[in-house]
Write a new protein. Structure first.
Length: 279
């Protein structure tokens, strides 16, 4: 089998600009890949799609976005063979870290290469967008500003190398529910914003922003305390990623991140782990 790493992401900046007629939301978001990764293995098969997700509790049929991604690219190309996929989860599920979207993107790109399907990068992006709003970002392959529903991407070369400490409380948050809650606070007032530029970790910490925090933190006030703990233990800034519930702190030095990780683990109840920025 051929192995691939499937990385998580953090939203370092997320502005919700409004709701579209199709139910999706227009956003402006700075998205950062990190070295927290799921592990995926792929192999050609005679027919069908066989997906295994050992120990995760995830479905292994069309209810899983990985299965749907495989089916979509096989149907798109008329490929007559099948595929075997093994997904080993390391990224927390429904945590605002984009794990499922990353898995779908990894599946599309890996099968395109392994099965010699010759699907263009542009077409892969379109297939990804049909699976989920964050999938095109992971196919893009580098940090990016995402616009539209997340499918219009621009490279973001200005992000400095970063250390992160992540706190995951162990419960899931529904992205749809968070956006529905946000709808009540969106108004007809113009959304004026400018794209910030970040040259240092300190610049980035000052520019952290996520509109979705206003909803998720009201539903789960314990997350406010974790943000405060991260800052009190040396983080330059702290923010919720995506719709949550994962909270992360930014550090400019590995030793400071390690010290914070050790200190926060003593509180218990939540998973605390470190990660580094990619690309």
């Amino acid at each position: 089998m051929t192995g691939r790493a499937s990385p998580a992401k953090l939203n370092l900046f997320l502005k919700v600009l409004g709701r579209r007629s199709d139910g999706y939301h227009e956003i402006a978001s700075l998205m950062q890949q990190i070295d927290l990764c799921d592990e995926m293995d792929f192999a050609a098969a005679d027919s069908g799609i066989r997906l295994q997700c050992p120990g995760s509790g995830l479905p292994e049929d069309e209810r899983n976005i990985v299965y749907r991604a495989a089916a979509k690219i096989l149907d798109e190309t008329g490929h007559r063979g099948g595929v075997e996929i093994v997904l080993r989860k390391r990224i927390p599920i429904a945590a605002g870290l984009g794990g499922g979207s990353s898995n779908a993107a990894t599946t599309l790109s890996a099968l395109n290469e392994i099965l010699h399907l010759n699907v263009s990068a542009e077409r892969l992006q379109a297939l990804g967008a049909s699976l989920g709003a964050d999938v095109p970002f992971f196919l893009f392959g580098r940090n990016a500003w995402a616009f539209g529903i997340g499918d219009r991407l621009q490279p973001a070369p200005e992000i400095p190398p970063l250390e992160f400490v992540l706190v995951n409380p162990g419960y899931e948050v529904s992205t749809r529910s968070v956006y529905q809650g946000l709808n009540f606070t969106l108004t007809n007032q113009p959304n004026h914003y400018s794209i910030p530029r970040f040259f240092t970790a300190g610049d980035l910490a000052k520019g952290l922003h996520n509109d979705l925090e206003t909803v998720t933190l009201k539903l789960h006030p314990d997350l406010v305390q974790w943000k405060e703990r991260l800052v009190s233990h040396g983080a330059l800034g702290a923010l919720m990623s995506g719709s949550g519930p994962t909270i992360f702190g930014i550090f400019d030095r590995e030793d400071r991140a390690a010290q914070a990780e050790a200190a926060l683990r003593r509180f218990g109840n939540c998973a605390v782990f470190r990660a580094r920025s990619l690309r």
